[in-house]
Design a protein around this ligand. Sequence first.
Ligand SMILES: NC(=O)c1ccc[n+]([C@@H]2O[C@H](COP(=O)([O-])OP(=O)(O)OC[C@H]3O[C@@H](n4cnc5c(N)ncnc54)[C@H](O)[C@@H]3O)[C@@H](O)[C@H]2O)c1
Length: 314
Amino acid sequence: MKILVTGGAGFIGSHLVDHLLREGHEVKVYDNLSGGNRDFLKHHEKNKRFAFVKADLADRKTLRKESKKIEMVFHLAANSDISKGISDPSLDFEQTTHHTFNLLQAMKENGVKKIFFTSGSGIYGDVGSTYTKENFGPLIPVSMYGATKLSAEAMIFAFSNFFDIQVWVLRPANIIGPRLTHGVVFDFVKRLKKDSKKLQILGDGRQSKSYLYVLDVIRAIDLVTKKAKQKINIFNIASNSFITVNSIADVITKEMNINPKRSWTGGKIGWKGDVAKVRINNSKITKLGWKPKYNSRQAVQKTVRVVLGKDAKF
Ligand SMILES: NC(=O)c1ccc[n+]([C@@H]2O[C@H](COP(=O)([O-])OP(=O)(O)OC[C@H]3O[C@@H](n4cnc5c(N)ncnc54)[C@H](O)[C@@H]3O)[C@@H](O)[C@H]2O)c1
């Protein structure tokens, strides 16, 4: 297939591109490199089935041109810094709501009939210990990130109805692994490499969530896009294991063989828009045949080892 991957130079996008090229597809990456890194794709530069377009999703003319003859879009481009959406709420609106609309228009104009979209568990809001299923409601996001993912999903469904587009939506928990560019694991390792004597933790450190290793997510994307055959296919993805921020710090400091003095900013959440406890029901994707290779703790450990160069194999 001829495939367009928005955000293909990012953390998850670049692993997805590796996978799609391995599968024999023609892959065009559309990325403005605001958060991604061209180096993540440098091993594909000589591949004739690979193309890279450095462009912004705000640029509708280029988007329309580059979507010509495309058979399927994998839409991953987004602002991945949730906390930034507090100081500037327009950021997620532009990067997710507006740009998803631009993409859908370009797909409509070029007759592209398939889209895969990375939504997020942020659409469920703060519902404590409830294990949210895909049909959970009412949906009350607590961040612009969650709100705009929800709006993007809604527009994708409407376009699906109007223009006969088949849709796969994945709502993942936290994803970590090599080429990570943001998030708590990335942040801790980066800060501890700079100063191994102290570590400040946002909130009380007891925030508890599920973490997935990126290659487990790529296997899920492969599975749902091949096996789920409805016109609209929505899947949660998370493991049934959870780890607190304090325990993440334990794993990282143990792997780095350091013992920094810890301090906490206090409160149940790290920033406004953060959720202290995230529980996602994964029974739908499990029934389809997906099972993560790594639990949350193992995913953190594997990520740190690869990032520190202790483990060469992804
Ligand atoms: N990482 C996670 O834990 C996680 C969890 C749930 C959902 N997601 C979603 O998965 C997707 C990928 O996340 P990631 O962690 O790889 O983030 P990332 O920041 O590494 O990748 C996003 C990519 O999009 C590109 N991009 C951003 N704005 C763009 C624009 N206007 N035009 C063109 N390109 C643009 C960036 O340069 C970057 O390469 C995002 O939609 C994210 O919301 C991520």
